[in-house]
Design a protein around this ligand. Structure first.
Ligand SMILES: [Zn+2]
Length: 344
């Protein structure tokens, strides 16, 4: 696949990071991936970020552009739409919409080119979150700016920790707002085609982040090689992230494998942000599993039955969550909008 050139470069030696201070480290040879998050000594992070005394000098993780590669992202988006319930408007389940939303699966990775450096810098953190570091700052606020304020107050930078749940929730809310507009226009018997295009775009854009969120290595400081104490001897080289999510998936995982592992449709009840964070935390429970599978050569060639089932299950979790988020957005788009002047 075309992502073959996008070799994930991994982290650089700690002393290089020290020499670089807190400045961004230049991108690797791959133009679309691997712009490394600037790293810093753990001593530069507030003490509350230290989960264990042994972690004295690990470096912080980096964003990665191609979670699941094109193949995985396209699979997630297509399967989510193909499995939407029948009460979703037909335009969103049409073959044309499915093709477009599938195409959009890798779209945010196309915003990571050095040809658009400001866009790249601003949205690269939206693909991941290092939960260990985010949690060390206390409960995750619902609002992106509140989280960023906490990060800055801790003398840190959001791009070193990640903004995944906020970016995802915001795109989901864009989708819901567009669906509400669709309902308004349809009720007025006005042309809905423009808003249909917007809904398709938002659904496809959303799918990228939900896909990223199911990749365990997008939720952790151990994003590409184990850091800190390593009693099990997990790999510390910088290939595991790319090998798992891109060539292994492309060569071995098929739509039927993923479809078979999807859950039944389930409307998301309660707060969407909380539900999405729970989804990320569930992904994070599989971080060590990725390393165990790698140790058993699970991502070499055809891998093992266990590694193939694992990757298919992670992608199925993403497709199921995306389908349910779209379905929930549709249901909630019918709710009356709170009066912004109420109580004033
Ligand atoms: Zn991504």
């Amino acid at each position: 696949m075309e992502d073959g050139k996008h070799v994930f470069s991994g982290r650089r030696p700690f002393n290089i990071a020290r020499q670089a201070g807190l400045r961004a480290i230049e991108p690797s040879a791959c133009p679309y991936t691997d712009r490394m998050k600037p790293r810093l000594s753990i001593a530069a992070v507030p003490r509350l970020l230290l989960p264990a005394a042994g972690l004295l000098c690990f470096v912080l993780s980096a964003p990665f552009a191609h979670a699941w590669g094109d193949v995985g992202h396209r699979l997630v988006n297509r399967l989510a739409i193909e499995n939407l319930p029948a009460d979703i408007p037909a335009f969103l389940r049409s073959p044309a919409a499915i093709d477009e939303i599938e195409y959009l699966g890798p779209e945010p990775d196309r915003w990571r080119s050095p040809a658009e450096p400001e866009l790249n810098a601003a949205q690269a953190p939206e693909h991941f979150i290092d939960l260990e570091l985010a949690d060390a700052l206390g409960p995750l606020p619902r609002n992106r700016l509140d989280f960023e304020a906490k990060v800055f107050a801790a003398h840190e930078r959001p791009e070193r920790i990640g903004l995944q749940p906020w970016a995802t929730d915001e795109v989901w809310q864009r989708l819901k707002a567009a669906m509400r507009q669709y309902r308004t226009l349809a009720a007025a018997r006005e042309d809905t085609r423009p808003v249909e295009a917007a809904i398709v775009f938002y659904a496809g854009w959303l799918g990228h982040y939900v896909g990223d969120g199911a990749q365990p290595l997008h939720t952790t400081i151990n994003y590409n090689g184990w850091v800190g104490p390593n009693p099990h001897g997990y790999t510390t080289d910088h290939q595991i992230h790319y090998r798992f999510e891109t060539p292994f998936v492309a060569a071995n995982i098929h739509a039927a494998d993923v479809q078979a592992r999807m859950t039944p449709v389930r409307r998301i009840r309660g707060d969407l942000f909380d539900a999405y964070v729970a989804y990320l935390r569930h992904s994070a429970t599989f971080v060590e599993k990725v390393y165990q599978l790698e140790k058993e050569d699970g991502f070499e060639g055809a891998g093992t039955p266990e590694s193939r089932a694992f990757a298919a299950a992670r992608l199925a979790d993403a497709a199921s969550m995306l389908r349910d988020m779209i379905d929930t957005a549709w249901i909630e788009s019918a709710q009356p909008v709170p009066d912004r002047f109420a109580g004033k």
